[in-house]
Write a protein that binds this ligand. Structure first.
Ligand SMILES: *Cc1c(COP(=O)(O)O)cnc(C)c1O
Length: 816
C-alpha cells in the first residue's frame, strides 16, 4: 500500500496568510522575524501568494491534459510585466487579507509593494500588450502559454542627470525572483553555424555549435477564476561537455570564457523596439527562443499524440511582430529533418498553425536579415526560406502574378542592393491570418506596405484592435476610482469592461460627479507627493495635469508638445495679468540608447522645464516636469492622475497605441490626432469628449506628395517662429547656445518628416479649447466620466476573445 501525497489546503483568511508568511519566512527565506529585512518579508509574502497560485495552476494544467485542449503559443521577444505582488493579490481576492496579515506582524504592505522590482522585459507598447494579453488569456480560460526570453538585464533604468538621460543596467534578478520556477529538467539544445549535407532522403545540419535553452516558468493568474496560464522564459546555459573538452586540454580560462560567451544570448534586452539593432546577437536571440519553443511544443504535443495528424487542431502559434518569425523555418526543419514528415505535409501544418500581428507601418522598422549573416548562422534555415520562397512565387504566378516587377516586389528575398530576407513577408506567406492592431492601421497595412499580398490573399488579412487589462490599469492602479465605480455599477466591470457603460445612467448626478472629481484629485495629490519627494518640484493638484507618457520618438511628436509649452510660456510672460488656466505638463519616457535625436528631445524638455519652472513671472501657472524611468510602475502612478492625455503622433504612424486607452479609462480627456486607436476611442466616447486636431493620414500623404515646405510655415507664423528661434539661439540653453540646432533644422530645413510644423497651429487651437473646457469643472468632469464609460471595448479581454474565436480557433477551458 502506498501513502498518498497530502497538501495543506491554503485558505484566504488573514490568519491563514499570516501563518503562511511565517512559514515561508522561516523555511523558504531562512530568516526569523528579528533579522528579516523588508525585502525578506516581501519575499516571504510573495511565496505565500505563489503557493496559492500553484494550487490553481495544477488544476488548470490537469484540465488542459484531460480535455486535450488546443493550446495557444504566444511568441514575443518582449513581456513588460511590471510588478506581480499586488496583481496576484487582486486576482486571488486576498488583497485586504494580506494587508491585515502583514499589519499583524507590524509590516506596512504598501511600502513592501514598492520594493518589488518591475519585470521590465520589454521596451514599450509591444511588450506591455503581450503582458495584458497573458492576463486576459488566463482570465478568460484560454489555454495559452507566453514564450519569450528571460533576459538577465531588462529595460535599462533611466536617470536624468543635468537634464540628460543616463542609462543604468537593470539587474532585476538581484534579490531573486520569487515568482518563477526554474526547470533545469526542461532544456533544449539550440544550434548555430555549421553546414548542411544532403543525405539520401533528408538534409542534415552538422558541425554546429550549440547552447542550451533552460525553461523558467511563471504562473499567470486569471482574475477571480481557477484558470491560470504559464509564461515560459528561456535562459541560455552553456553545455557542460563543451566546457569540459576545453578544460581537458588544460585551457581552464578558455572553457569559462566560451561558457560566458554562449550564455550571452539571454543576457540583455535590446533597448529599442522600432529600429533594427542589426546585430548578430539579436538574430541569435530570436532564433534561440523560437527554437526552444518549437521543440517544447512538439514534445508536449507528442506526449498525447502518436502522429502529427491532429497537430493543427491542437496547436496555434502566434507571432507578436516579426521578431519570432524564425519559428516558421524552425518548425519546418523539425518536422521535415527530425520527424521526417514530407515537405508538403509539414508546410500544410505550418499554414494552419501560424498567425502574425504586424505592429508598424514604418518601413525602417520592418525587419530584414542579411543573407550572408543568415547563411553563416542558420544555413539550414536559409535553405528552407529559399524553398518556401520558390514554392510561394510559383503559387503566385499560378494565380496570375506574371509581372516580373511584382515577383521581385513580393519575393521573400530583397534583391535590391545587399540581399536580405524580409521577415514580415515570410510571416505573411506562412500564416493563415495577419492582423493589424487598429482599424486605421489594418487598412493602411493592406493599402500600403502589404498591398501586393492583400491582393493575392485578401482573406488572410484582418484587424484586432489592441486592448489593455482593466485589472492592472484600473483596479490596481486607481483604487479611488475603482471603489467609486464598484459603488455605482457593481464590481463585475473587472471581468466585463462594457459594464462601465452603466456609468452613463449617472449623467447629471451631481453627487457622483463630485465623488468622481474627488477620486481624480486624490490621485493627483498622490502623484504630487511622490514627485515632490523624488524631484523636489512642487506643484498644484488643482492645475490641469497634461500628460505625455510613452517612449521618446520623433513620430510621437514630443516636440509638438514642447512647442506648445514654449508658446504658452511666452504668452504668459507677455500677458502676466491674464487669467491663465494653471497647467502642469508632465512628460515621461525613455529614449533608445542609440537614438541621438530622442535624447536631445529629453534634454530640451528639461531645459525648458528649468527655465519655465524658475521664472517668477510665471508664478506657478505653468510647470513642466520630466518624470524619470518610465515603466509599468511609474505608469500606474501617473496615469490615474492625468486630466489630459497627449496622443499626438503624425496620423498614419502610431499603429494603435495603448497608452491612449489606459488614460481614457482613468478619466483623462484625449487631445489627439486621427491616428491608431485614437479614432476608435473618439467614436466610442463621442466627438464632444475628445479634442481631435491636425492632418488626417490621407491629408498627410497628400501634403507630402504636393511638396511640403515647413520653412514657409516658420516664416508665416510669428509665434512659432519666436519659439523656434528661442530653441535655435540658446534661450533655453544659454551655456550651450548651439545645443538644439539639430532640432531647429530638422523641423525647418530638413523636411520635418513628421509634420510637426504642419499641425502646430491646429494643436495650439485645440489646446486653447482645452483651457476653455477645463475651467468648467462640472462640464470637464462629465466628459471625463463619458470617457470612462465609453472605453469598455478597449479591454484586452475583448481583443483576446477576438483572437481566440477568429484567429486561433480555441475555446476556453472547461473549468468545471
Ligand atoms: C502602455 C505602455 C506603453 C505604450 O504607450 P503608448 O502611449 O501606446 O506608446 C509603453 N510603456 C509602458 C510602460 C506602458 O505601460
Amino acid at each position: 500500500m502506498t501513502v498518498g501525497l497530502e497538501f495543506d489546503q491554503l485558505q484566504s483568511s488573514a490568519d491563514a496568510l499570516r501563518r503562511s508568511i511565517s512559514n515561508r519566512l522561516m523555511y523558504g527565506v531562512g530568516k526569523d522575524a528579528v533579522t528579516a529585512r523588508p525585502q525578506d518579508w516581501l519575499h516571504a509574502a510573495a511565496l505565500a501568494v505563489r503557493d496559492r497560485l500553484v494550487q490553481r495552476w495544477m488544476v488548470t494544467t490537469r484540465r488542459q491534459y484531460d480535455q486535450d485542449a488546443k493550446r495557444v503559443y504566444y511568441l514575443s521577444m518582449e513581456f513588460l510585466i511590471g510588478r506581480t505582488f499586488s496583481n496576484a493579490l487582486l486576482a486571488l481576492g486576498i488583497y485586504d487579507q494580506m494587508k491585515e496579515a502583514l499589519a499583524d506582524v507590524g509590516i506596512d504592505m504598501e511600502s513592501l509593494i514598492d520594493l518589488e522590482p518591475d519585470a521590465a522585459l520589454g521596451n514599450g507598447g509591444l511588450g506591455r500588450l503581450a503582458a495584458c494579453f497573458l492576463d486576459s488569456m488566463a482570465t478568460l480560460g484560454i489555454p495559452g502559454f507566453g514564450y519569450g526570453i528571460r533576459y538577465d538585464y531588462g529595460m535599462f533604468r533611466q536617470r536624468i542627470v543635468n537634464g540628460e538621460q543616463v542609462e543604468a543596467p537593470d539587474y532585476w534578478l538581484h534579490a531573486g525572483n520569487p515568482w518563477e520556477f526554474p526547470r533545469p529538467e526542461v532544456q533544449y539544445p539550440v544550434h548555430f553555424g555549421g553546414r548542411t549535407v544532403q543525405r539520401d532522403d533528408h538534409v542534415e545540419w552538422i558541425d554546429t555549435q550549440h547552447v542550451n535553452a533552460m525553461a523558467y516558468d511563471t504562473v499567470i493568474p486569471g482574475y477571480a477564476t481557477d484558470a491560470t496560464n504559464t509564461l515560459r522564459l528561456w535562459s541560455a546555459r552553456a553545455d557542460e561537455e563543451l566546457d569540459l573538452s576545453a578544460f581537458n586540454k588544460g585551457d581552464y580560462q578558455g572553457a569559462v570564457e566560451t561558457r560566458n560567451e554562449s550564455e550571452n544570448v539571454s543576457r540583455l534586452l535590446y533597448p529599442d523596439d522600432s529600429t533594427m539593432a542589426g546585430r548578430e546577437l539579436r538574430l541569435r536571440q530570436e532564433y534561440f527562443f523560437v527554437s526552444a519553443t518549437m521543440q517544447d511544443l512538439i514534445r508536449r504535443y507528442l506526449r498525447t499524440h502518436s502522429t502529427f495528424g491532429r497537430f493543427s487542431e491542437k496547436v496555434a502559434v502566434h507571432l507578436n511582430d516579426t521578431h519570432p518569425v524564425l519559428a516558421i523555418p524552425e518548425l519546418l526543419r523539425l518536422l521535415v529533418d527530425v520527424h521526417h514528415l514530407p515537405w508538403a505535409e509539414a508546410m500544410g501544418h505550418i499554414r494552419r498553425v501560424f498567425s502574425y500581428t504586424n505592429h508598424t507601418l514604418m518601413p525602417e522598422a520592418l525587419e530584414t536579415w542579411d543573407l550572408e549573416l543568415l547563411a553563416r548562422l542558420l544555413p539550414r534555415h536559409l535553405q528552407i526560406i529559399f524553398d518556401i520562397n520558390a514554392a510561394f512565387l510559383t503559387e503566385a504566378s499560378d494565380q496570375g502574378a506574371h509581372d516580373l516587377d511584382l515577383i521581385r516586389r513580393i519575393s521573400l528575398v530583397d534583391e535590391f542592393g545587399h540581399r536580405r530576407v524580409r521577415m514580415a513577408y515570410l510571416a505573411i506567406v506562412a500564416s493563415h491570418t495577419v492582423n493589424g492592431v487598429s482599424k486605421l492601421h489594418s487598412q493602411l497595412m493592406q493599402r500600403d506596405i502589404f498591398a501586393d499580398f492583400a491582393r493575392l490573399y485578401p482573406e488572410r488579412f484582418t484587424n484586432v484592435t489592441n486592448g489593455i487589462t482593466p485589472r492592472r490599469w484600473l483596479a490596481q492602479a486607481n483604487p479611488p476610482l475603482a471603489r467609486l465605480i464598484d459603488e455605482s455599477v457593481g464590481t463585475n466591470w473587472r471581468r466585463d469592461l462594457l459594464e462601465l457603460r452603466g456609468l452613463r445612467n449617472l449623467r447629471g448626478d451631481a453627487a457622483f460627479e463630485a465623488a468622481f472629481h474627488a477620486a481624480k484629485r486624490c490621485n493627483k495629490v498622490r502623484l504630487v507627493q511622490r514627485l515632490t519627494q523624488r524631484t523636489g518640484i512642487a506643484f498644484d493638484p488643482d492645475a490641469l495635469f497634461d500628460m505625455q507618457v510613452k517612449r521618446i520618438h520623433e513620430y510621437k511628436r514630443q516636440l509638438l508638445n514642447v512647442l506648445h509649452v514654449i508658446v504658452r510660456y511666452n504668452r504668459i510672460r507677455e500677458n502676466p495679468q491674464s487669467d491663465w488656466v494653471p497647467r502642469v505638463v508632465l512628460f515621461a519616457g525613455k529614449a533608445a540608447s542609440a537614438y541621438r535625436m530622442a535624447k536631445t528631445i529629453i534634454k530640451l524638455i528639461n531645459d525648458v522645464a528649468e527655465k519655465v519652472n524658475s521664472d517668477p513671472a510665471v508664478g506657478g501657472r505653468l510647470k513642466v516636469v520630466f518624470v524619470p524611468n518610465y515603466g509599468v510602475s511609474v505608469a500606474e502612478l501617473m496615469i490615474p492622475a492625468a486630466d489630459l492625455s497627449e496622443q499626438i503622433s503624425t496620423a498614419g504612424t502610431e499603429a494603435s497605441g495603448t497608452g491612449n486607452m489606459k488614460l481614457a479609462l482613468n478619466g483623462a480627456l484625449t487631445i489627439g490626432t486621427l491616428d491608431g486607436a485614437n479614432i476608435e476611442i473618439g467614436e466610442s466616447v463621442g466627438p464632444e469628449h475628445i479634442f481631435i486636431f491636425g492632418h488626417t493620414s490621407d491629408q498627410v500623404d497628400a501634403l507630402r506628395a504636393s511638396g511640403y515646405r515647413p520653412r514657409q510655415i516658420y516664416e508665416d507664423n510669428a509665434e512659432l517662429r519666436t519659439a523656434l528661434d528661442q530653441i535655435r539661439t540658446g534661450f533655453f540653453s544659454p551655456g550651450d547656445p548651439a545645443r538644439f540646432l539639430d532640432i531647429f533644422h530638422s523641423l525647418v530645413d530638413w523636411g520635418d518628416h513628421y509634420l510637426v510644423m504642419a499641425d502646430f497651429a491646429a494643436f495650439i487651437a485645440a489646446q486653447e479649447e482645452v483651457d476653455r473646457r477645463f475651467v468648467d469643472v462640472a462640464g470637464w468632469t462629465a466628459s471625463a466620466i463619458e470617457n470612462v464609460a465609453g472605453v469598455g471595448q478597449f479591454s484586452s479581454d475583448r481583443a483576446i476573445s477576438e483572437y481566440a474565436s477568429d484567429i486561433w480557433r480555441v475555446k476556453p477551458l472547461d473549468m468545471g
